[in-house]
Design a protein around this ligand. Structure first.
Ligand SMILES: [Zn+2]
Length: 437
């Protein structure tokens, strides 16, 4: 049962051809859900949707949206295949809710491999490359396994370094000489710095590409963020941004033009919606809502990622006609409201990263019902000349908001941001009362 044939050239086809293929895949997707998904059968009945009337992308807006709580609370109802067909279990990262088990069939893993194959190919990786995966392949994470499957399809040499041991990572870089590394940017920065401390210039090791996962490395105008620039300078390598999640089982990866992550059109539909669930004007930020295509185990329809970004639909200079998703601006639930202006914590982080002498930082936010959130930025600094006023001015120049700034000892800040059980430092503490997500 699959209408899904992988088409490596679809991204280069005309937008009419892309739309035609997507229309057909959406129809097949809806039929599959109506035939097999307990969750969506109920939704379609409840909303009075005649499945036969769905003929293409224009009908997408009539279909129900799916939220993270839907998936967390009714995960068993999303399963569309028998237990026998399940070959792998992936846990969602659980950054906003509790982890959910997503059941994968063999064809889902093939699809995942194809997805990463397309992504790595668009960065220019070939069978001649040696690629180090600096991400976990165990603990039921989807990402590390997906990278492995994708690189296997390309035929590149794979170095499964994982992410947990710095000596393992630095030794593998020195001994196996990867030409590309895929990992979280802060980890790749730490590997490079460790090598430099030990007397090896990471820029001279032959690493040509850094494929960044988990955090954005570019600003909205596609220029590198402070973190992205540091990586590029340290490694002397091209930096590629990607965006993905376990639920969407699809990656948005930059091509060498570095103007957003390309949509793989036969693997996912992307909508950008406003607060009322309506499509935004092209080029306007909104909620990223995705419909992964061709998934068999636990397929989703119009899944609200909770992330905010802009979709760019003009053809890319690389020759692909598939749309591109700009850097994620932040999580919708984290949007800060300060005296009539709204800003994502990431924009404040980005401003802080630009200030020499600022070692680390976190943000606390309080308040509810008020027109303005109470935002406090705590920055760890070692430079005695830095003042809260100076930091506040720098943040204001980049974000148009002027939060309260408190200076602290970097060790105190670090103690606060290292939270047990979390993969990344926690830099945002939200004490506002909230009911969604
Ligand atoms: Zn491109």
């Amino acid at each position: 049962m699959t209408d899904h044939t992988f088409n490596h050239n679809l991204e280069f086809a005309s937008s009419d051809k892309i739309k035609m293929v997507q229309d057909r895949l959406l129809v097949a997707h809806i039929r599959f859900l109506a035939d097999t998904s307990g969750f969506y059968q109920k939704q379609f009945t409840h909303m009075g949707i005649d499945v036969a009337s769905i003929t293409g992308l224009q009908d997408l807006k009539r279909l129900p949206l799916t939220s993270k709580p839907d998936l967390e609370q009714h995960s068993k109802d999303f399963l569309c295949v028998s237990q026998e067909e399940i070959v792998d279990i992936c846990l969602t990262s659980g950054t906003t809710g509790r982890p959910t088990a997503l059941m994968q069939t063999k064809s889902d893993l093939e699809r995942l491999g194809y997805n990463e194959e397309l992504s790595f190919l668009s960065t220019g990786i070939t069978p001649r490359d040696k690629v180090m995966i600096a991400a976990a392949i165990d603990r039921c994470f989807m990402a590390g396994m997906a990278y492995f499957l994708g690189l296997l399809r390309i035929g590149a040499t794979i170095i499964r370094a994982g992410s947990s041991s710095m000596p393992v990572l630095t030794n593998l870089v020195l001994e196996q000489k990867p030409t590309a590394i895929v990992g979280v940017p802060t980890l790749m920065l730490a590997i490079g710095r460790r090598l430099a401390e030990d007397g090896t210039d990471p820029g001279g090791l032959g690493v040509t590409r850094l494929v960044c996962i988990g955090e954005p490395v570019r600003e909205q105008d596609f220029s590198l963020s402070s973190l992205g620039r540091k990586l590029e300078e340290l490694w002397g390598a091209q930096v590629f941004g990607t965006y993905a999640s376990t639920e969407m089982a699809t990656t948005f990866c930059e091509c060498p033009e570095h103007t957003g992550g390309h949509v793989h059109p036969d693997l996912i539909l992307v909508e950008i919606l406003d607060d009322n669930g309506q499509p935004v004007q092209p080029g306007t930020p909104g909620d990223v809502v995705v419909t992964p295509l061709g998934v068999r185990g636990m397929p989703l329809l119009r899944f609200r990622t909770g992330d905010v970004a802009v979709l760019h639909d003009q053809p890319c200079k690389c020759g692909r006609n598939s749309a591109r998703l700009g850097s994620i601006m932040g999580r919708k639930s984290q949007l800060l409201k300060i005296r009539g202006t709204t800003v994502f914590p990431a924009a404040i982080f980005s401003a802080l990263q630009e200030i020499p002498g600022v070692v680390n930082f976190y943000i606390e936010v309080r308040g509810q019902y008020a027109l303005s959130d109470e935002v406090r930025v705590v920055a760890g600094v070692r430079d005695p000349d830095l003042t809260p006023f100076m930091l506040s001015e720098q943040i204001s120049a980049k974000t148009r908001i002027k939060p309260e700034v408190v200076l602290a000892d970097p060790d105190t800040v670090q103690a606060r941001t290292l939270v047990q059980g979390k993969r990344k430092p926690v830099q945002f503490f939200d004490y506002r009362d909230k009911f969604d997500e």
